[in-house]
Design a protein. Structure first.
Length: 462
């Protein structure tokens, strides 16, 4: 059962639903039809709504999400806000006013989703300088598509809203804190032990953000009446920074992972800016991205070259496993019956290591990779390559190390010629396929060129 607040209602709602019932379906059936369905896959943003929730630190946070692929259990202990809930005392919300004044609505179908993304942007509270205004406002609406190509006035609305703010809109931090703490008292979040017992006995899939699993429901119409929902426990969403690295709970979403690791790993932060949309990054979890075992998942190659380990748990027992050994084949993993990912440990790069990630996709943002390469190399005092770890996604049926190429680099000078020779070894490491994202020949050539790009960007300046 999900206990949550909806818009400006004074009493919380209690709703029971099958695991494959989406928030969008619930809203529209209940008469809140401002939220639209455009794609049912989390790509267009027409279904964008906003939730306020207590984050892993126990503080209220607002974020947009794709209601078309969010399972109903996702709402547990959250404050759900839709476009209808923005108006206060008969007056439009500042996000709505900004869209009206800038003439940001075209046919109007996508407009509610844009308004909610602007609302989430406004509630983030980040101060916008003139230098970063265009970048920040573009990022804020990057998960929303306007089929009438009306982005200029929408960006103008976002810029105006960034200057004026949301004002006293009734959705302040104090109000959110009060409601969310009440929900936690009415429906205490389950613990990791609760989840482990359920996973070991329920014989049902484990759901966190559901951004990939729910596509089987919305796109292929496959039923999923039962699931163990792991996304409701802050205990499993915590990120602990220690001297040796980061211990990340499997239910931590990618937005929080990016904030935790981004300053230490700038290339990782750049990759995450192209990882789905703001709605997806706030909903999708690190554990789900790994357990899904997609060959084009963006997280695993980066974590593999950093030497990441998983804590796998079943009941009260747990074991550690290097991430590299987790993937056994296409959509096949080392998880045993009733076992689940509890924690991901990401070590810090060794002193002097050079870490880079390169993603190639048809669209720059909000697109699945055609291929992705992660490099982590360490230079010796003599200027040679002392250690090389390279992993790729989209080049095989699993995220995979380029071990022949790594061997060709080991102990060699850090030069363009060395990397060009190593790139030729990729033929032994990978046999990529051709599909809708790229031909096999394109993948081969792009992979070799990424080696040269890495060499050019990291060559020691004389």
């Amino acid at each position: 059962m999900a206990v949550f607040y909806l818009n400006r209602e004074s009493a919380p709602r209690r709703e029971s639903a099958a695991a494959d019932a989406t928030v969008l379906e619930y809203l529209r059936a209940a008469g809140w039809t401002g939220t639209k369905e455009g794609c049912a896959s989390g790509d267009c943003g027409a279904c964008t709504a906003v939730v306020a929730e207590l984050n892993a630190e126990g503080k209220p946070a607002f974020r947009g999400f794709n209601s078309c692929i969010a399972p109903m259990p996702f709402l547990a202990r959250k404050w759900l806000i839709t476009v209808e809930g923005l108006k206060q005392n008969g007056r439009l919300h500042p996000a709505q006013k900004a869209m009206v004044k800038a003439h940001g609505s075209q046919c109007g179908f996508c407009t509610p989703g844009f308004v909610m993304s602007l609302f989430a942007f406004c509630k983030s509270g980040a101060a916008q300088s003139e230098e970063t205004m265009r970048e920040k406002t573009t990022a804020a609406i990057s998960g929303n598509l306007c089929r009438c190509t009306g982005y200029r006035p929408i960006l103008a609305a976002a810029a105006a809203l960034a200057k004026t703010g949301c004002g006293n809109d009734g959705y302040g931090i104090a109000a959110a804190r009060k409601k969310l703490r009440e929900l936690h008292l009415l429906s205490p979040p389950p613990s990791a032990n609760d989840f482990s017992r359920a996973a070991a006995t329920a014989k049902a899939p484990i759901l966190a953000g559901g951004t990939d699993s729910m596509l089987a429901v919305t796109q292929q119409l496959k039923p999923m009446p039962r699931a163990v929902f792991i996304g409701g426990a802050n205990e499993l969403a915590q990120i602990k920074k220690q001297k040796d690295g980061w211990h990340i709970g499997a239910a931590a979403n990618w937005e929080s992972v990016g904030r935790a690791l981004g300053s230490a790993l700038p290339s990782f932060a750049e990759m995450l800016a192209r990882f789905g949309s703001p709605q997806i990054r706030g909903q999708a979890t690190i554990g789900g991205n790994i357990a899904n075992a997609s060959p084009v998942a963006d997280g695993p190659p980066a974590f593999i070259v950093l030497g990441a380990e998983l804590v796998l748990r079943r009941g009260a027992k747990s074991r550690r496993l290097p991430l590299e050994k987790f993937f056994l084949g296409y959509k096949k993993t080392a998880l045993r019956q009733g076992e689940w990912i509890e924690t991901v440990f990401v070590p810090k790069p060794a002193r002097g290591a050079v870490f880079r990630i390169y993603k190639v996709s048809k669209r720059r943002e909000d697109d699945i990779s055609a291929l992705l390469f992660a490099f982590c190399l360490r230079r010796s005092a003599e200027g040679k390559i002392a250690e090389a770890k390279i992993a790729a996604g989209g080049m095989a049926e699993i995220p995979k190390r380029a071990k022949f190429a790594e061997k060709a680099l080991q102990g060699k000078p850090w030069t363009m010629q060395t990397f060009a020779r190593a790139a030729r070894e990729l033929e032994k490491d990978f046999s990529p396929i051709g599909d809708m994202r790229a031909s096999k020949e394109y993948r081969r050539r792009a992979a070799a060129n990424l080696f040269l790009r890495f060499a050019e960007e990291t060559a020691r300046k004389k």
